[in-house]
Design a protein around this ligand. Structure first.
Ligand SMILES: [Zn+2]
Length: 963
């Protein structure tokens, strides 16, 4: 695969993940125009990309590029029917600008904690959460980015006002400064045992000491203590300047109104004309690292070899994108690819290639290989193959069809884009890297084909200038160094002359060549006639059911074929069957690897995996409809017999065992969550049980399993999107013919049930985890779902979210990860709260969580108007989202599939939920909360996970003993 560029080493605040997907549209605007408003003025930048959107859903979406009066550049996106709104702002100030280690990151945290107009430290969080929204921020090397998304349209103005003030009137309240140091410290400590962070810190240790990359960027208590309120204020003044900022906003207002709102919100930010950071001529890594192997010992059982080159910044060119094309060529996984060769020789399981823009003018090009056990032993051969593969690609110029296909897929993706709630965040990130004059052309397209530039980049990838890194256990030489901040063991050794000589004389490998034309690229994209309010049941019988939904709402040339083939051969309480299913699906994926890369490059995806709940095999194909049936046919061709060979079996079994074993190195919170799953599900196999079952499985067992897997089965099928009923029926017949078998009873493939918590009293489960840190998972049983109970659960969990976070994280600083919400398992409803802490004992966390809920309940029952206003806001935001619950065709099809099979085809489900929500009053909620949170509800469960490190014992009660 080719790597997706991302901000290197971003320190993300854990509030939510970042946005996912690309969407874009800019309307024609003829000439630059300036607008004077009562407050100030902004300039509109003419649009240069004239490519119409073809998605009906977005026909009224408009956008405009602006330069505000203070110089901030940005985009406003107007979509009169968007169910959600959002905003993002980036500033070219990051950890490379730190004066004391961690200043930029600390500043990022502090901006969330109060502004002059909204001084309360929890005001912003409460406002966003109550509006059904999400928010986050991160600090990267050369920039920081902040956003909110998914906010209900009625709350947009309030959210924007609160957000924008971060950037011109933050309080840096001294009382918060002191407490938030602990949050940064806990964030640092939760990363210590994560291998990605450890590797990053070793790289920093190896970097040029004079380059800012080398500095410690997260910060911890040690460095935070040196940062005072004055330091923060001064740093903010010196680096947060309007000329270094970009923004994007998404709202329902017209473009003109949104532009006015952007000017009013961001216009007051000061412009100090701060120059952008330059690193021209300053390399991140010393040339002494060339021709060396750095071996790093991981915590988990990982095996990864990385070849890295620091390359000239010109390869970042956004018109020809040579690094993007080179990544596609090296990371190709189809026929005659480097990965296929390494797999054939049993040296590797995966490969990725791509550039990392470290920041400013520093670029790194990397090729990473996941090695087999054999690959670690013969790593020199792996490196040799990589250079032979590169030589093959250098031997002839990049074929034009490679460029044409990338261009075509980008164009289709652009023209048939659908709504994305994270669009403001995404555009803001793109805009900071592209000139506003051309935006978004260069972000979404490779504008011109320059095979020579790609060739020149390939020529940079020489054995002599390469830095080699191995991340694996059992190092080939003593690891005598320990990284300062995270303690990772590593050592750097020169590459032997003989190895280097062999790699330098690498000749093109006959089995590696440029990718052939991709058969999955769509050509016609014709839309079928569609008209349907609800899915139709096309077939129903002993063998299963087929639903068909030719959706008319999203006029896009996409389709989904989803088949859950349930079989009694796989059972949720049979670890052996789960392991066999995992191995079986791995083989199917391996057999399809050369097809799947081409398909994915053409916007078409497939998956073969276990049905959720481990009751069968799920087969799905989705994406552009034109060739979807063709891909389905290819997938089905391998389902009956994925040709299990002994040597591949050994590799995949070992890989699977490692993933089960690595679960014991997961964070304390993840391990505690797994324990809770085990408590709630009647039938459940934890990773340790699967690891044990994997010890007793042979290739013959897998063959026998594959051959008999579909002997008896029950098929739940859903076909929808840009397809006809005849096509849906043809797909159904194809599945039946490809997998001959007889029907089984539905009872024999029933899912595991959820077990309600005991009525007799709160119970706990404590567990020791062999990692740093403690965790508490607290859950409360609410009973069997009906629409009213579900409404209570949803509204109550929303109202609790911010106060719990404020109490346990912001005020008490018990942990960096503090979260809560509702949960549904089968038809059972729960409330949940989780904390991961490096300072507090799990029992202490449990008392705090219980005390919090007790206090919250009392205030809810006794409070007057304030809670009524919050209740109304939360309910309105929930209702607004229920009215428009899905943004894309794929999401809608998944939702209807769920209703068809999990809710007895109740396609009026949403209407019933909305009716229950509309009728729900604050008194209903109080009554529900008393029953749920009060002490009379004994259906409480706590999982207490205790880590094993010294730091967990810093503040621990011990038994008294008189001296
Ligand atoms: Zn953070």
């Amino acid at each position: 695969m080719f790597k997706v560029s991302r901000p290197a080493a971003a320190v993300a605040s854990l509030r939510t993940g970042l946005a996912k997907r690309a969407c874009i549209h800019v309307p024609p605007v003829a000439v630059a125009r300036s607008y004077a408003t009562s407050a100030s003025s902004y300039t509109i930048i003419p649009n240069t990309l004239h490519l119409p959107l073809l998605t009906t859903q977005l026909k009224d979406r408009k956008s405009a590029k602006l330069v505000l009066s203070n110089g901030i550049k940005g985009v406003v996106i107007s979509d009169s029917e968007t169910p959600v709104t959002g905003a993002a702002l980036s500033v070219e100030a990051g950890s490379w600008h730190d004066t004391i280690e961690g200043t930029a990151h600390f500043c990022e945290h502090m901006l969330f904690l109060g502004t002059k107009k909204f001084p309360s430290e929890h005001d912003y969080e409460r406002f966003i959460f109550d509006s059904n929204g999400q928010m986050n921020g991160y600090t990267a090397n050369d920039h920081s980015l902040y956003y909110f998304s998914d906010v209900s349209p009625s709350a947009f103005d309030g959210a924007l006002d609160r957000f924008a003030r971060f950037f011109y009137e933050p309080l840096f309240n001294p009382n918060c400064v002191e407490r938030e140091q602990n949050a940064v410290d806990q964030e640092f400590r939760k990363n210590i045992e994560q291998d990605g962070w450890r590797v990053l810190h070793v790289r920093k240790a190896l970097a040029n000491a004079s380059h800012p990359f080398s500095a410690f960027n997260t910060g911890n208590l040690e460095t935070m203590k040196m940062i005072s309120q004055d330091t923060l204020k001064e740093w903010f003044r010196n680096h947060y300047s309007a000329n270094l900022m970009h923004f994007a906003i998404l709202g329902r207002d017209s473009v003109e109104v949104l532009a006015e709102k952007a000017e009013a919100a961001f216009g007051p930010i000061r412009n100090n004309n701060v120059p952008a950071l330059a690193t021209t001529g300053r390399a991140v890594f010393p040339t002494s690292l060339h021709r060396t192997l750095t071996w790093i010992e991981p915590i988990k059982n990982l095996r990864e070899l990385t070849l890295a080159w620091e390359i000239p910044f010109k390869y970042n060119d956004d018109t020809t994108k040579p690094a993007r094309l080179a990544s596609h060529l090296i990371g190709y996984e189809g026929q005659n690819s480097l990965l296929s060769l390494l797999k054939k020789e049993e040296l590797a399981e995966g490969l990725s290639a791509g550039q990392s823009h470290l920041g400013a003018e520093n670029l790194l090009f990397e090729i990473s290989v996941s090695l087999t056990e054999n690959g670690v032993k013969e790593w020199q051969t792996v490196v040799g193959r990589i250079f032979e593969g590169i030589a093959s690609l250098q031997a002839t110029h990049v074929p034009k069809h490679v460029f044409d296909q990338v261009y075509l897929v980008n164009k289709i993706g652009y023209q048939f884009q659908q709504r994305s709630s994270g669009i403001a965040t995404q555009w803001c990130g793109l805009l900071r890297r592209e000139s506003i004059e051309t935006f978004p052309q260069k972000s979404f397209f490779i504008s011109s084909f320059d095979p020579a530039a790609t060739q020149a980049l390939l020529n940079e990838l020489t054995p002599d200038t390469c830095m080699y890194t191995m991340i694996a256990q059992k190092a080939a030489f003593p690891l005598n160094k320990s990284e300062k901040w995270m303690g990772a063991k590593y050592a750097t050794h020169p590459i032997k002359g003989g190895d280097l000589g062999m790699w330098k004389s690498a000749k093109p490998h006959p089995d590696v060549s440029h990718p052939a034309p991709n058969p999955f690229i769509p050509k016609h994209l014709a839309l079928t006639a569609r008209d349907s309010a609800h899915p139709q049941l096309l077939l129903s019988g002993n063998e299963g059911k087929l639903y068909f939904f030719p959706d008319a709402e999203f006029a896009v040339p996409e389709a989904a074929y989803m088949f859950n083939i349930k079989t009694p051969k796989i059972r949720p309480d049979d670890p052996r069957s789960i392991v066999l299913a995992a191995l079986y699906t791995r083989f199917v994926h391996e057999r399809l690897q050369e097809i799947s890369y081409d398909a994915a490059s053409a916007g078409l995806h497939f998956d073969v995996g276990s049905v959720p709940g481990d009751t069968g095999i799920a087969v799905g194909v989705d994406g552009y409809s034109e060739n979807a049936a063709l891909l389905l046919q290819s997938v089905l061709g391998f389902l009956r017999n994925p040709s299990v060979t002994e040597h591949e079996f050994a590799v995949y079994l070992e890989s699977l065992k490692r993933s089960y074993q690595n679960a014991s190195k997961d964070s304390p919170l993840r391990q505690a969550m797994d324990k809770l799953s085990n408590v709630i599900h009647e039938k459940y196999c934890p990773p340790a049980m699967l690891a044990e079952a994997a010890e007793r499985i042979s290739a013959d067992d897998l063959r026998a399993f594959s051959e008999s897997l579909y002997e008896t089965r029950y098929i739940e099928a859903f076909v929808g999107g840009n397809v006809t009923g005849d096509e849906a029926l043809a797909a159904w017949r194809l599945v039946q013919e490809s997998l001959p078998g007889t029907p089984c009873s539905q009872e024999s493939v029933a899912r595991s049930k959820a077990i309600p918590f005991s009525e007799t009293g709160p119970t706990y489960l404590d567990t020791n985890v062999p990692v740093k840190g403690n965790a508490l998972v607290w859950a409360l049983g609410l009973g069997t779902r009906d629409h009213k109970l579900r409404t209570g659960q949803e509204l109550l969990s929303k109202l609790i979210k911010e106060p719990l976070y404020t109490e346990l994280r912001t005020k008490a600083q018990t942990g960096y990860i503090v979260s809560s919400g509702g949960m549904q398992v089968e038809k059972q409803l729960f409330l949940q709260a989780v904390v991961q802490s490096n300072t507090h004992d799990p029992w202490d966390l449990l008392s705090r969580v219980e005390l919090f809920h007790e206090t919250f309940l009392r205030e809810l029952v006794e409070s007057g108007t304030e809670i009524q206003a919050r209740f109304d806001a939360v309910k309105a935001a929930k209702l607004a989202r229920l009215a428009q619950p899905y943004d894309t065709l794929a999401a809608k099809l998944r939702w209807f599939r769920y209703l068809a099979f999990e809710e007895d085809a109740d396609f009026e489900f949403l209407e019933a939920r909305m009716a229950a929500m509309k009728a729900y009053s604050l008194d209903d909620l109080r009554e529900f909360a008393v029953g749920a949170l009060g002490r009379r509800n004994k259906r409480r469960m706590a999982v207490l996970a205790s880590g094993n490190s010294e730091e967990n014992l810093e503040f621990k009660w011990r038994a008294y003993a008189k001296l």
